[in-house]
Design a protein around this ligand. Sequence first.
Ligand SMILES: Cc1cc2nc3c(=O)[nH]c(=O)nc-3n(C[C@H](O)[C@H](O)[C@H](O)COP(=O)(O)O)c2cc1C
Length: 213
Amino acid sequence: MTRRSFFAAGTGLLAMAGAYAFGEEIAAMRTGTGAKTAILYGTRYGATRDTAGWIAEGIGEEVALLDVETMDPSKVAGAFDNFVVGSGIWIDGPHKGLLKLMEEQHDAISGKVIASFVVCGSTDRSEAGRKRIASYLQRLEAPLAEAPKLQKAFGGRMIIAKLTESDRKLLKNFYENIVKKPFVDWDRTEPVKAKNFGEAFRSAIAPLVERTT
Ligand SMILES: Cc1cc2nc3c(=O)[nH]c(=O)nc-3n(C[C@H](O)[C@H](O)[C@H](O)COP(=O)(O)O)c2cc1C
């Protein structure tokens, strides 16, 4: 490893050390409010998918759950009245494919992203954690013309047996050598909070739907 790449790698790990407070098909489905809603998400290990599902439960009607890695991006344009976008966070930020899709579909989704969420290890229990979460949300929202009305961070999950070899090595080093904590499984997913967020989303779109019908 060159001196330069060593420092680059070190910076990433330090950023993670700072982050320790953490321990289809497109179907244009009509909701009872008359709006077509999609939750567009990026996940690696599934906690973001689960969180999207709980948010959909909270919305309480049929919602299209679109995994950015398996959906057909060309079908997003014009297919939905409003969106929730959500991403897991992995060292260097939100899901790159999701950010790319949001950039490419900028005109189609502009003004329609009512809510955004991140799923991460950081918590809002400290000022540093709150700052990191704000920066994750900011990075997710960067491709949008305006910040969504609703934003939230949810706890994620780390199951060692499911990690890729490179993520496992990286996190093992991070836990054992950087933050000096045991490298063990954790699950801080938040079904109730996610469902409440879905309910808040439904309340937020109701007046918008009334205005357009
Ligand atoms: C390789 C890796 C790096 C991570 N880096 C961060 C981080 O920098 N900040 C953070 O808050 N959480 C971090 N986490 C925790 C994840 O955000 C958490 O595991 C989340 O559940 C990931 O979403 P997913 O389960 O949908 O893939 C990291 C997790 C992994 C596996």
